[in-house]
Design a protein around this ligand. Structure first.
Ligand SMILES: [Zn+2]
Length: 109
């Protein structure tokens, strides 16, 4: 089974446009690493329903719809350091629904 790093590298190599967009967002400071998130700040993570064959991935449930999603070893490590800070783990469809609802709210305000 591939490691988390190998899966990410393969995904980015197979999606150069997405890779370029992510690199630009990181350079602009719009996305960052878990290390930059204060451990006492509420956090929502988006996790995939697919396992992707990552060694050490752990199945948890989506906070919103309770479907099974997988979190990587590095995410599991990060969560250990978060203590009692509110953390939600949501699936991609619930994330998309949340974005859609927020955009609709913004339009009606
Ligand atoms: Zn969900």
């Amino acid at each position: 089974m591939p490691s988390e790093t190998e899966v990410i590298r393969a995904a980015l190599k197979g999606n150069p446009e997405t890779h370029a967009k992510l690199r630009k967002l990181a350079q602009e400071g719009k996305i960052g690493t878990f290390a930059e998130i204060p451990p006492d700040e509420p956090l929502t993570l988006v996790a995939a329903v697919e396992h992707y064959g990552i060694v050490g991935a752990k199945k948890v449930t989506c906070t919103t719809c309770a479907i099974g999603v997988w979190i990587s070893p590095s995410t599991q490590e990060m969560l250990k350091g978060r203590g009692a800070a509110p953390t939600a783990i949501i699936c991609v469809p619930c994330f998309r629904q949340t974005i859609k609802e927020r955009r609709e709210e913004e339009r009606t305000q």
